[in-house]
Write a protein that binds this ligand. Sequence first.
Ligand SMILES: O=c1[nH]c(=O)c2ncn([C@@H]3O[C@H](COP(=O)(O)OP(=O)(O)OP(=O)(O)O)[C@@H](O)[C@H]3O)c2[nH]1
Length: 188
Amino acid sequence: MDLIVASNNKQKIHELQVAFPNEVICSYTNFREPISINETGNTYQENALIKAREVATILRKPVIGDDGGLELFAFPNKLGIHTSRFFQKELTDRQMNEQLLTLLANQADRRFKLHACLVLYNLEDKPVIVEKALSGFVSESICEGGGYGFDSILIPTGYTQTMSLLSDEQRDELSPRNQAFKELLRRR
Ligand SMILES: O=c1[nH]c(=O)c2ncn([C@@H]3O[C@H](COP(=O)(O)OP(=O)(O)OP(=O)(O)O)[C@@H](O)[C@H]3O)c2[nH]1
């Protein structure tokens, strides 16, 4: 059965599909035009649940909701669950990363946590909720390579290079979304 994700973010869906080639993973926008969902929750879980419930109710099918964000220890309230709203719409990944590096210029504390929460909303059963995070520190400059989003500035704990410079396999393994998805498949 297709796994429908309540996300309009093509990169998220692509990352999942590449990491889980035995599953058919698609955006709900394959079935209907995109809707605007207000992410009014106070946590990643609440937002993932809001997205999943809203789309599952429309499609009358199980749906996976996904919410994530980047937490900067130096600015605990700036991004986090507000990450997508922190940046102006239509910025490229490079522009977003440049803004983050400017924000962190002269900051001694460059630690980050990249969060991903997935919720499988089944209509009848209790939702399955999985949350994972990747920790590390933000690099001093942009390192172009593979991946997407913040990968070119995030150095995971235990590594010396940004996610973008690691192999596809290493990146797939470290991705908090992929880790959450793996557990969700086990528990579905
Ligand atoms: O490098 C990254 N790797 C990731 O794994 C990741 N997950 C989230 N993000 C960032 O956080 C924002 C809010 O995410 P978000 O969950 O609200 O999604 P979104 O608004 O892009 O789409 P949707 O799923 O709501 O349709 C997104 O726009 C991205 O900037 C990520 N960046």
